[in-house]
Design a protein around this ligand. Structure first.
Ligand SMILES: Cc1cc2nc3c(=O)[nH]c(=O)nc-3n(C[C@H](O)[C@H](O)[C@H](O)COP(=O)(O)OP(=O)(O)OC[C@H]3O[C@@H](n4cnc5c(N)ncnc54)[C@H](O)[C@@H]3O)c2cc1C
Length: 482
């Protein structure tokens, strides 16, 4: 299990319970989002999950299943105890640790696995995931449920690797959903936002271990953004699997403005027949760790080449982040206009504890999961089906709440500004603003998703404020006192 500042999730919840009396407090990874429940439940096995939900159904108890809380925003919060007359439970499936290798290059794993531990377990069997996020501190179901992704124009998000799953609905009924027997339904369940029940296990595609070559190149920055981003768009034509870390800006405390750093860097990955020393973990060169702005090449097993384990994550100050997906054809326009919008709003950042602002770009192949931010359902014939992914990180010198909240409020505004213009979709766990109208236009399968949601959860036991507001689940508002 992944530790939070040296503490494991159940222990953290337990200690918080001791500190706060009878309420259980859940927090996300940087402790700025949280909720209080009446209980914390960690069933020992799948039968325990069934039994628990079955007993809670007549009482219409509120149930929020949590992974590792590695997100920005309130997707994973429970309904606070006392807000309604229903009991509020936080549920962790951390004890469900099944691990089974199947014959067809898939593995079946319990919902208790963290991605980090699972990657290590797969390594013991010379297996690997091809598709991971930039970090691997999430719970495996938590990662899948929001569409966690890496980069690659031929690479889809992690959820697309799910070929089957087992889920328990609000009545306590266990159901298996797989690509052979219920392929359409699997499209609803892959990215489920915790709204469709408690997923107890998933079967995922894996691959035999193979190495990737990672090349990092220093690039020159300029405030001629059209030129800068046209060069990056050209680089994406050469490299299928590439992340651009930049441009970087530093807060100039005298000028109270962002100053662009003269250089930044891009990394790309490609297959290799190299068999020598594996060395990408010698310099993670991501997430504030390592000596990054230099040209270098390394080789490693896929997971270690594309994603950083916890020891490769050095930044621990508060930060705010947005991540938007948009059709790749609009890359230059999107990048220029997001950057200019940010610059125009800089006066609002004066007087706060800003340190760095980092733009990051990735690419992602579209997919057909109903709630995937890279879903292809409303694309036109002019679109290739590949998405550009733009991230902006606002990092701070110290953990200052005012700075965090100021930046987060600002982060929400990008979707209002550009969502309709660029068919842009927000990452579910990265400052996604409430806008059910926009959600319906960029997730055309939302009505189908909500039908499955109502069937799985007729009494709104799994719904929280985020889901009601983001997806427009009107039927749950009065029950949840929203
Ligand atoms: C610093 C940082 C870097 C990140 N980098 C990336 C990145 O590179 N790419 C990317 O795509 N994302 C990235 N993310 C986002 C992250 O991958 C997602 O937010 C992911 O969902 C986190 O998983 P978790 O288990 O920690 O989440 P949680 O917030 O605990 O859970 C996420 C969702 O899954 C649901 N859930 C959990 N377990 C179950 C279950 N058993 N059954 C049903 N539902 C369940 C929860 O209810 C919730 O809705 C990053 C986040 C941070 C903070």
């Amino acid at each position: 299990m992944v530790a939070f500042g040296g503490m494991q999730l159940p222990l953290l919840l337990l200690l918080l319970n001791a500190a706060f009396g009878s309420a259980y407090h859940w927090f996300n990874w940087q402790y700025e989002v949280g909720c209080q429940s009446d209980t914390f439940i960690a069933p020992t096995d799948e039968a325990g999950v069934v039994d628990f939900l079955n007993k809670e159904f007549p009482k219409q108890s509120l149930i929020k299943v949590v992974g590792n809380g590695h997100g920005f925003g309130n997707l994973t919060t429970c309904i606070n105890k006392g807000v309604t007359n229903r009991t509020s439970h936080i549920v962790s499936l951390a004890n469900l640790k099944k691990f089974q290798i199947n014959k067809d290059m898939t593995v079946t794993v319990g919902a208790g696995w963290d991605v980090y531990d699972l990657v290590n377990k797969l390594k013991e069997h010379n297996l690997s995931f091809n598709y991971l996020g930039a970090m691997r501190v999430q719970n495996i179901v938590g990662a899948i449920s929001t569409g966690t992704h890496g980069t690659g124009q031929k690479i889809t998000n992690m959820a697309t690797q799910v070929v089957a799953l087992r889920v328990v609905d609000a009545r306590g009924v266990l159901k298996t959903i797989d690509e052979h027997n219920n392929p359409e339904e699997l499209k609803a369940f892959r990215i489920n936002l915790g709204a469709l029940g408690l997923i107890t296990e998933v079967t995922l595609k894996v691959q035999p271990t193979h190495l990737l070559k990672k090349t990092t190149k220093v690039l020159n920055a300029t405030t001629d953004y059209k030129k800068l981003y046209t060069e990056l768009a050209d680089l994406y034509k050469e490299h299928d699997r590439m992340t651009v870390w930049g441009p970087h800006f530093n807060w100039d405390t005298k000028a109270e403005d962002w100053a662009i750093e003269p250089t930044f860097f891009a990394s790309w990955w490609e297959p290799t027949n190299y068999t020598g020393v594996r060395n990408c973990t010698l310099n993670y060169c991501a997430n504030g760790c390592g000596d990054c702005i230099k040209d270098y090449v390394c080789y490693d097993e896929t997971s270690d080449a594309v994603s950083a384990p916890p020891e490769g994550i050095c930044s621990s100050q508060f930060y705010a982040e947005i991540e938007h997906f948009f059709p790749m054809e609009q890359f230059v326009d999107v990048a220029v206009n997001y950057t200019k919008f940010q610059q125009a709003q800089t006066p609002r950042m004066k007087g706060y504890e800003n340190e760095k602002m980092i733009f990051q770009f990735r690419a992602l192949k579209g997919d057909d999961s109903y709630m995937s931010p890279a879903n292809i359902y409303n694309l036109g014939p002019e679109n290739s089906g590949v998405f550009g992914v733009l991230e902006i990180d606002w990092m701070q010198t110290v953990n200052h709440w005012g700075t965090l909240y100021n930046n987060q409020e600002f982060a929400y505004e990008f979707q209002n500004e550009f969502g309709a213009m660029y068919n842009a979709r927000s990452h579910w766990n990265k400052m996604s603003p409430n806008d059910p109208k926009h959600a319906l236009s960029v997730f055309p399968k939302l009505p189908e998703f909500l039908k499955v949601q109502e069937r799985q959860d007729p009494n709104c036991q799994f719904v929280n404020e985020f889901l009601a507001n983001q997806l427009g689940i009107e039927r749950c508002r009065s029950a949840l006192k929203l």
